[in-house]
Design a protein around this ligand. Structure first.
Ligand code: LLP
Length: 428
């Protein structure tokens, strides 16, 4: 269920009018609903449980930190039992600072540095998702130096078309990600021969904002085939990581329900176990991001000026592409809702920010009834919003607020200009 709804023409988050959050914390501000976060995580956790799997046995949800890495969000999910999918040493330190369990962390990404490997090994993370042979060798050398064995999974590229935006599609041959399917067995043999590594799993992630689970199940079938072949070759895997990728509704998209996707996925895995798989004890890992936080958050902004032009009307707001990059970067569509709905006729506006770029828009051609000073919510902004924000134009990043019922808590202060140049210096 959505925790954003109008009551008497006033947009609420849970039981709190969003205008109250704007009045207390200013704009632009990201606001997240605790109930939404919990429900979205529970969709995964409950489906796992229903199929007889828990985090200790048979399944682990590793929330993808890059989608929203605020400590409060990580802390909340960690308490619900979540593991974490990270892509940098910085994200690992965030997880630890948030009280997350490093032994439930998997480390993805094509460019892990030596320092990042050392850091992750020193915290005994669950697994490194390795994406190339040179990475295997580097990790092996560092693990040996530290007197450890690094748990590894290979990220294989099943060459499945995720049918999503090309920038967020990652499972095709010409993507930079993963190890080509045809080279997987040979690469596993290399990994198994290195004394500093312990081969524990297999991983894939084919893309993001998938509305249909068919490509994910196709990828699963290909991965299962590999696990069997490896098993026959004496390389026995303990986990299979299917990645993230389930999409959300921004406009009128109808993404597959997490429960239905997981039901189909576990059915295939059970079927496979019954028929073939000798190990019979494989744990399934998920790396969801957007489907947990995307629709749990909005970005609040205030209309600064209305510009009525000859061919277009602009609503200039105080949030910009530096706060929410998705429209400029992917032409992504986000809903725009007035915090207080006005009576009267609407006009068609482009909602734009103050940044000096024509690409600085948040929404285009929207029918809105607006006056200067009105407050708006940019909807579905919980994932890849704040984490992709920049300081372009020396704009401090937005504040972040978590709402629980009718309570609001500041979970990140607004950045002030002096924060932005605090690390800089002028040579003598
Ligand atoms: N695992 C890996 C290895 C990933 O690369 C990603 C996302 C995820 C998990 C989480 O996927 P999700 O469940 O959120 O779909 N900035 C883009 C999305 C980039 C996704 C990158 N990888 C956007 O704003 O749409």
């Amino acid at each position: 269920m959505s925790h954003f709804a109008y009551r008497n023409r006033t947009l609420h988050i849970e039981n709190l009018p969003l205008a109250q959050v704007a009045a207390e914390f200013g704009t632009p501000t990201y606001v997240y609903s605790r109930a939404s976060l919990e429900e979205n995580f529970a969709a995964y956790a409950n489906a796992c449980k229903q199929h007889g799997r828990s985090d200790a046995h048979g399944a682990l949800v590793c929330y993808s930190v890059k989608s929203n890495s605020n400590l409060a969000v990580l802390n909340l999910l960690g308490k619900l039992g979540s593991g974490f999918d990270i892509v940098s040493g910085g994200e690992l330190l965030r997880v630890i600072a948030a009280g997350g369990d490093p032994r439930k962390v998997i480390f993805s990404g094509v460019g892990k540095s030596r320092e990042e490997m050392r850091l992750a090994l020193s915290h005994d993370i669950l697994c490194f998702n390795v994406e190339s042979i040179p990475e295997l060798h580097r990790l092996n050398a560092i693990a040996l130096e530290m007197g450890k064995r690094a748990p590894v999974s290979l990220r294989v590229n099943p060459n499945v078309d995720a049918k999503t935006h090309p920038y967020i599609s990652t499972g095709l041959k010409d993507n930079k990600f993963g190890i080509a399917f045809e080279e997987a067995i040979a690469t596993y043999k290399v990994a198994a021969s290195l004394p500093g590594l312990q081969v524990v799993g297999i991983d894939c992630h084919i893309g993001s904002q998938l509305l249909d689970d068919a490509p994910l199940l196709e990828a699963l079938d290909k991965v299962i085939e590999l696990v069997d072949t490896l098993n026959d070759a004496g390389i026995v895997l303990h986990h299979l990581d299917i990645g993230g990728g389930i999409g959300i509704t921004y406009d009128d998209e109808k993404p597959v329900a997490v429960a239905d996707y997981l039901a189909r996925l576990f059915a295939r895995i059970d079927d496979w176990r019954a028929k073939k798989y000798a190990g019979n004890n494989i744990t399934v890992l998920f790396e969801p991001g957007r489907s947990i936080v995307g629709n749990a958050g909005v970005l609040l902004t205030e209309v600064q000026y209305l510009k009525h032009g000859e061919t277009k009307n602009f609503a200039v707001v105080d949030a910009a592409m530096n706060d929410l990059m998705r429209p400029a970067m992917y032409e992504a569509w986000h809903g725009v809702q007035a915090l207080q709905k006005r009576e009267g006729s609407s006009q068609v506006y482009d909602v734009v920010g103050p940044v000096c770029e024509s690409g600085d828009w948040l929404a285009r051609a929207r029918a809105l009834t607006l006056e200067q000073g009105d407050l708006l919510a940019i909807m579905s902004a919980g994932a890849y919003g704040m984490t992709m924000a920049s300081n372009y134009n020396t704009r401090g990043r937005a504040a972040e607020v978590l709402v629980d019922g009718e309570q609001s808590m500041l979970i990140r202060k607004r950045e002030m200009p002096a924060d932005l140049f605090a690390l800089e210096s002028i040579p003598k």
